[in-house]
Design a protein around this ligand. Structure first.
Ligand code: TYM
Length: 332
């Protein structure tokens, strides 16, 4: 059966991946791989928009790749590759940077959040959305599965693609975001109004995909809960409990309505105890595969193959874009 649509997405290799990355993004990568022609990258060029220690960057990059496989991505279905193994990303990134306006980059909420209160803000952090647009447009995908926080970057990508096509002729496909209805924004365990983030200084605010069962149990038992004691899904008035119910639903395959019905008349204590076990049961099998993939060295073969497949597509699109823009080709 031929695959229906082209799909591309990526996750930065900065720090540990959280259950938010899993629920908001990776779980959907896995779901899409059988029906669509998928490219999933590990965005290491994005990770260096904030300082990274070289050994840590290498470790995190390999770790995210192994987590892709552990979560269920099948390298015979989807191309799994490292962004820096495909030089076209940086090159098209520059071309699209020259087509981006300061004003539109200044409006990016992620830039505002990450630069807030900092004395020295790297220029890479500012131009990052143009690199992200190049990551996407090189593969001409129609669908880009992401969590809610990447929506604005996707809109900019669409604007840049439209601007390029308008100025230089049809070159890029305008992609649509694929944002899940449930789980697109998993919140911090300590503050129900803040997104769960792998760069948070407080480890109690997130569950890492590699946390041990005991760490998971401890974090969930300490997770903040709203006033009252009923397990009711109400994002406005009970954001913290609603977030925990979303995690429960996403890790067990239940809807939040089913979760609510199951805990009717019971307090937070019983619910949190079960939630911890549901999360442990979802992560434990992945952690086992993760260890196997890391110790076997198999990941390097997967990444070589992924880079080959990704380069083949990306080089073609880059050549087309450069020709359209008027770069003099090297004649033999
Ligand atoms: P990143 O690395 O911050 O996050 C990777 C993916 O995980 C989603 N996500 C979440 N979803 C739900 N709840 C959360 N708490 C949560 N935290 C993170 C993100 O929305 C994202 O889908 N710029 C991107 C990486 C990137 C990319 C791309 C994505 C680079 N190039 C091309 C798509 C296409 C980023 O920083 O995501």
């Amino acid at each position: 059966m031929s695959k229906q649509q082209r799909v591309l997405s990526g996750i930065q290799s900065s720090g540990k991946l959280t259950i938010g990355n899993y629920i908001g993004a990776m779980k959907n990568f896995v779901a899409l791989q059988h029906e669509h022609d998928c490219y999933f990258m590990i965005a290491d060029l994005h990770a260096i928009t904030v300082p990274q220690e070289p050994a840590a960057l290498r470790e995190q990059t390999e770790s995210v790749a192994a987590l892709y496989v552990a979560a269920g991505l099948d390298p015979s279905q989807a191309a799994i590759f490292i962004q820096s193994h495909v030089p076209a990303h940086a090159e098209l990134g520059w071309l699209l940077t020259t087509m981006s306006y300061m004003g539109e980059l200044e409006r990016m909420t992620q830039f505002k959040d990450k630069s807030e209160g900092k004395e020295a803000v790297g220029a890479g952090l500012f131009v990052y959305p143009a690199l992200m647009a190049s990551d996407i447009l090189l593969y001409n995908p129609t669908l880009v599965p992401v969590g809610d926080d990447q929506k604005q970057h996707l809109e900019l990508t669409r604007d840049l693609a439209g601007r390029f096509n308008h100025r230089y002729g049809d070159t890029f496909v305008i992609p649509d975001p694929f944002i899940p209805k449930q789980g697109a924004r998993i919140m911090s365990l300590e503050e129900g109004t803040k997104k769960m983030s792998k760069s948070s200084p407080s480890a109690g605010s997130y569950i890492s995909m590699l946390d041990t069962p005991d760490e998971i149990r401890k974090k969930i038992s300490r997770a903040k809960t709203d006033m009252g004691r009923e397990v009711v899904y109400d994002v406005q008035n009970k954001p913290e409990v609603s977030n925990l119910m979303t995690i429960y639903g996403q890790c067990s395959g239940k809807t939040v309505e089913e979760v609510q019905a199951a805990y009717e008349g019971q307090g937070y204590g019983a619910f949190k105890k079960d939630l911890a076990e549901v999360v442990v049961a979802a992560l434990e099998p992945m952690q086992r595969i993760y260890s196997d993939v890391r110790s076997s060295g198999e990941i390097h073969r997967i990444l070589r193959d992924g880079a080959e497949r990704a380069n083949a597509v990306a080089e073609q699109t880059l050549a087309k874009a450069k020709e359209a823009m008027g770069f003099l080709p090297l004649k033999r």
